[in-house]
Design a protein around this ligand. Structure first.
Ligand code: GLA
Ligand code: GLA
Length: 691
């Protein structure tokens, strides 16, 4: 962990969102909670996330007594508290008295009071009110023995288009463009469709019934939304930093659904710098009918690795996950027996130091009453879900030495939020098949299948600690990135990039003089055009030659085939058909001590697997276990530099066998026994070994 350490707590955090404010009228239920918390092997609860109206029922009238009691009782029962600031949902009196706190949508309509996560991030009144209540909480609980961390607001998201936000956006732009409107016009290419601005006051946030076709504008707006959200957050945490400087601060980040990827709307790479500990809410749709368990597991693994990489390997937290089902997916399916343990172990394997739930107890009424919880409406511990949660707690206790250790990959995949935004905007290609995150995940998966740990980083991170850096679809190349990649390769690194790279700069303006723009010298090719394939069309990549090994079979391409010309690069594979038959589909360019590969087409997974296998051998990248892994088995490793902890997980629906590397001795942390040779993993089974 960084300097601010929640590790006055030994081991892992296990527990979750606890809403006793919904049960104050039935104190016997709250008493029962304490008994059940111990039975479930829990140690940590997040309080007051949506408790503003219980804490400040009228403006300036506070009632903290109930929270005092809960905090004291939790401490008495040996529980830690992650205390939330309540800005995620505000009391009705606040919206009524100060309508400016209500969010204005893109269509410029102000929302009515209701729901949550719908405040204006700019409103001075909302900022003042949140700071006040946060100050009261910090003053009151600063020395409370249960307090281990701040949970600031909840799942920040969305944007506001009110007049206050418009003014803030214009100020942000003035600052960015140094008060030079001409510079903005240039960056946004506003001469297109006669969009030149002659006064700052003409600029508004993008709107469906107004301007939404200027890509530089859209991109700057998204950057502003991230900055304004962070600014709101920084305002929220001021009193916390001042009054409780030793208590670490987090805010819960999100994933995406139905495809499991990172949440796209906020640049968490930037936001991550402002929190002490990264945490996220992980809700994969396990057992869905559009992906195998192992494909979904690889996608979730990718997201865990993004969040671990935000703070360079520092352990992160699972702030929320469900012990059974959610209530907001299309099909709200419970986790099948064993999946809760397996998915928890997977989070830990990738660097989480917690398993926390939404939610401890199902609420009796309203929107989330059927969302999975540790304690169901039946109110007792005799449920499958409760037993599985208690089992996770037991496992976490047995492996507590692993908490605080990290993952040290030799390989990085670049996933970059601004690049994502620019790709999503592009009016080109095959619009519903751009699939930036899926493409990153498909390259990532080749390493996941072999049990090779990977970092997932933005293009601004340090590349020097990796042997291989993979930058799929590096469409946007911000200033300095090409130079840093050149340095990485010239010093011996291996870079892999693909079609649709080096196309636009940080303003979404195309590079002139031939793609891949600033990467052209490093890659030793230039891209003449891109063939876009209908779903029913295929081409093939053949004659693949790597490390002197000739592959006899060919690989299917789909969606995108670029027509490229080698300049200094060597051709390693060709297209089979169409007007670019026999032209290069894969190239490598020697650059200094390293190599830069260019994959010109979108290829089937087998291509990635075969290609990276060769690279892994050539670059001597070590898998966690040097054995062949059966399909669906994944292996990860955490280490403190001395001890190594190995996670072997079966993401398949059948029993699988594996032989541990010859001559290696391990301790099975769950049974306490020495283990070597053949092991068998039942469906959703796992081992956690110490080497
Ligand atoms: C129309 C318009 C042009 C251009 C093309 C694009 O024809 O008149 O300005 O937008 O569509 O195909
Ligand atoms: C989010 C929220 C929680 C809850 C869960 C339900 O993660 O932060 O308050 O609504 O979703 O899955």
């Amino acid at each position: 962990m960084g300097e601010k350490n929640f590790r006055k707590v030994e081991g892992f955090l296990h527990g979750g969102d606890y809403n006793p404010d919904q049960w104050l009228h039935t104190p016997e239920i709250i008493q029962e909670d304490y008994r059940l918390m111990k039975l479930a092997n829990c140690n940590t609860f997040s309080l007051s996330i949506f408790a503003w109206s219980a804490l400040e029922p009228e403006e300036g009238k506070y009632q903290f007594e109930w929270l005092d009691q809960i905090m004291d009782d939790l401490a008495k029962h040996g529980m830690n508290v992650i205390l939330a600031t309540p800005s995620g949902a505000r009391p009705a009196w606040l919206s009524q008295k100060y309508p400016e706190v209500l969010r204005v949508e893109k269509n410029r309509q102000r929302n009515l009071h209701g729901k949550r996560h719908n405040h204006c991030f700019t409103s001075p009144i909302y900022r003042e009110k949140t700071q006040n209540i946060n100050r009261m909480l910090a003053e009151r609980y600063k020395n409370h023995p249960a307090l281990i961390m701040w949970h600031v607001s909840n799942e920040y998201s969305g944007e506001c288009h009110c007049e206050l936000c418009q003014a803030a956006f214009r100020n942000w732009l003035k600052k960015k463009y140094d008060h030079d409107l001409n510079a903005l016009n240039q960056a946004w290419w506003t001469s297109f469709w006669s969009h030149t601005f002659t006064d700052w006051s003409q600029i508004e946030s993008p709107a469906p019934h107004g301007e939404d076709s200027v890509h530089g504008h859209n991109l700057d707006w998204k950057r502003f939304v991230t900055d304004q959200t962070i600014d709101f957050y920084l305002n929220e945490i001021k009193p916390l930093r001042e009054i409780t400087p030793d208590i670490p601060i987090t805010t819960n980040f999100m994933g995406s659904y139905p495809h499991m990827g990172p949440f796209k709307e906020l640049n968490y790479d930037k936001f991550g710098k402002e929190v002490d500990i990264v945490s996220w809410d992980s809700y994969p749709a396990w057992h869905n009918d559009y992906q195998t368990t192992s494909d979904l597991a690889a996608d979730v693994a990718f997201v865990h690795d993004i969040y671990r990489s935000l703070k360079d390997g520092q352990p992160f937290l699972i702030m929320e996950n469900t012990p059974s089902m959610v209530n907001w997916q299309d099909v709200n399916k419970p986790k099948k027996p064993g999946m809760h343990q397996l998915s928890s172990v997977q989070s830990i394997a990738h660097g989480s130091d917690s398993i926390l739930y939404f939610q401890w107890r199902k609420s009796r009424g309203s929107f989330e009453k059927f969302h999975g919880a540790v304690v169901d409406h039946c109110g007792h511990e005799n449920t499958r879900v409760f037993r599985e949660v208690a089992e996770v707690g037991r496992i976490l206790n047995k492996i507590s030495a692993i908490a605080g250790t990290t993952v040290k990959p030799e390989v990085a995949v670049i996933y970059d939020w601004e690049n994502q935004w620019a790709i999503d905007e592009a009016q080109s290609l095959k619009k519903n098949a751009k699939k930036y995150v899926e493409t990153c995940q498909s390259h990532y998966k080749s390493f996941w299948k072999k049990g090779i740990p990977v970092d997932v980083i933005s293009m601004d991170k340090d590349f020097s600690k990796y042997k291989i850096v993979i930058a799929p679809m590096l469409y946007m190349v911000r200033p300095g990135v090409a130079e840093r990649l050149e340095k990485f390769v010239s010093e011996g690194g291996t870079l892999v990039t693909t079609y649709w790279s080096g196309v636009v700069d940080e303003n979404d303006l195309c590079f002139l003089g031939g793609f891949p723009g600033p990467l052209r010298k490093l890659l030793g090719i230039w891209v003449e055009e891109m063939d876009v394939l209908y779903d029913s069309e295929r081409n093939e990549v053949y004659d693949l030659n790597l490390n002197g090994r000739q592959m006899s079979h060919s690989y299917q391409t789909y969606d995108f085939c670029e027509v490229i010309h080698p300049e200094t690069a060597e051709v390693l594979a060709k297209y089979k058909s169409d007007y670019y038959a026999d032209m290069p589909a894969l190239t490598v360019n020697r650059f200094g001590k390293g190599k830069a590969y260019y994959i010109a087409s979108r290829n089937e997974q087998k291509f990635q697997d075969d290609f990276y296998n060769q690279l892994i051998m050539e670059q001597n990248v070590s898998p966690v276990l040097s054995v062949d892994l059966p399909d669906g088995i994944n292996v990860q490793k955490r280490t403190d530099g001395t001890d190594e902890y190995i996670f072997i997980m079966n993401f398949s629906e059948k029993t699988q066998k594996l032989t541990l590397p010859d001559g290696e001795k391990y301790v099975d942390l769950l049974s306490g026994n020495d283990i070597s040779g053949k092991i068998s993993l039942q469906k959703y089974g796992f081992f956690i070994l110490k080497k």
